[in-house]
Design a protein around this ligand. Structure first.
Ligand SMILES: C[S@@+](CC[C@H](N)C(=O)[O-])C[C@H]1O[C@@H](n2cnc3c(N)ncnc32)[C@H](O)[C@@H]1O
Length: 214
């Protein structure tokens, strides 16, 4: 059992503004734990988490990999999430590098085909498109869940960039709901980029999907 990262530094005030790890986060940790041996033997040099929130998932990845030279880049649109991620890294002695930005946009060119692991637990709840637009522009806690049409409006913007970011041996982990139309995601990733998808962990509604080179 790899312990859940210490998040005791998060205050009630943090939780008003930043996504508090929930069932989907813990499902994500289960999936990573299940792949722990593969992840260690992969010896990733760059791990990029999109939407790191509290930093719990990247800190857990750091515990799996142990003492390595891995660079942990963690983006979030919410500045307070970047602050929590930084503190979670410090509290768990994992060197997390938070960057406040939209998806991986400012990094895309520099990270071309060099990211070994991409992690994303996106805002996936189906909502009106107006809700996702205002949540994304406010950069507030509602940006943690508001996903627009099919819950896919934010995820869709990332899917097109994944292949260009992934290294030769790269893997992309994505949390999804059945309602996000998983067969469609898999078909698109294969048809467009020849990336193979697998469902790794499943609960009643949340599924965790991995996409890697075929
Ligand atoms: C469901 S929460 C997941 C948080 C954390 N990774 C976890 O698993 O507990 C989604 C996160 O994505 C962030 N987010 C939403 N839209 C984003 C975007 N366009 N770029 C980067 N981060 C985004 C939110 O602020 C939120 O922290």
């Amino acid at each position: 059992m790899i312990p859940t990262p210490d998040l005791s530094h998060l205050t009630d005030q943090d939780k008003l503004y930043v996504y508090d790890p929930a069932e989907d986060t813990f499902l994500f940790l289960d999936a990573l734990e299940q792949d722990a041996e593969d992840l260690k033997s992969q010896k990733p040099l760059i791990c990029l988490e999109i939407g790191s929130g509290s930093g719990c998932v990247s800190a857990f990845m750091g515990s799996i990999l142990g003492s390595t030279n891995t660079l942990y880049l963690c983006t979030d649109i919410n500045n307070r999430a970047s602050d929590c991620t930084h503190r979670t890294g410090r509290c768990n002695k994992i060197p997390l590098d938070p960057i406040t930005c939209d998806l991986a946009h400012p990094l895309s060119k520099r990270l071309h085909h060099s990211v070994d692991i991409i992690l994303f637990n996106p805002p996936y709840v189906p909502t009106e498109s107006e809700e996702v637009l205002s949540a994304q522009s406010d950069r507030s806690i509602s940006g943690s869940w508001a996903g627009g049409t099919d819950g896919m409006e934010v995820t869709n913007r990332l899917l097109g960039d994944v292949e260009a970011l992934l290294s030769e041996r790269g893997k992309f982990y994505l949390v999804t709901l059945e309602r996000n139309n998983i067969p469609e995601i898999c078909e698109r990733m294969f048809r467009t980029f020849r990336l193979q998808c697998q469902v790794r962990v499943k609960t009643s509604d949340h599924l965790e999907l991995t996409s890697a080179r075929s």
